[in-house]
Design a protein around this ligand. Structure first.
Ligand code: DGP
Length: 116
């Protein structure tokens, strides 16, 4: 369940510090430590899923919860109407640096697509 070497597992288990905004039985949301925009949140499954490449059918409720919480936090952060971007990076070409699946929710400014 938990990977002892994984920083996001430690954050979900509250064994490492983070500005946690939301947590339930399936997911945890916290502020990104290196924000690229005025609002930059990460939402992660509590279970250690390395990347999208490791998603299983049993993860479907968790993946749905990521989007529900994204909607909830976008409203709470005041970026729902102005808009935001959801990003899930996978492996080297996707720019993934932390190998625990995470959804970036980024907003508060106009973004160009793609971001590079
Ligand atoms: P990615 O490139 O998609 O793997 O993004 C990983 C993000 O995680 C990156 O934007 C920085 C953030 N991050 C890395 N380590 C920590 C941490 O210890 N705490 C928090 N809050 N964010 C982290």
């Amino acid at each position: 369940m938990m990977n002892a070497a994984c920083i996001f597992c430690k954050i979900a288990a509250r064994q490492a510090p983070a500005h946690i905004l939301y947590q339930d039985d399936l997911v945890t949301a916290f502020r990104d430590i290196h924000p690229v925009a005025p609002t930059h949140l990460l939402i992660i499954p509590n279970r250690h899923i390395e990347s999208v490449n490791f998603v299983t059918p049993e993860d479907e409720p968790t993946l749905g919860r990521l989007f529900r919480v994204a909607r909830h936090l976008a409203e709470q952060e005041g970026i729902a109407a102005s808009g935001y971007r959801i990003i899930v990076n996978t492996n080297a070409n996707g720019g993934q640096t932390v190998f625990h699946l995470h959804m970036h929710v980024i907003g508060g400014q106009r973004m160009r697509y793609p971001m590079g």
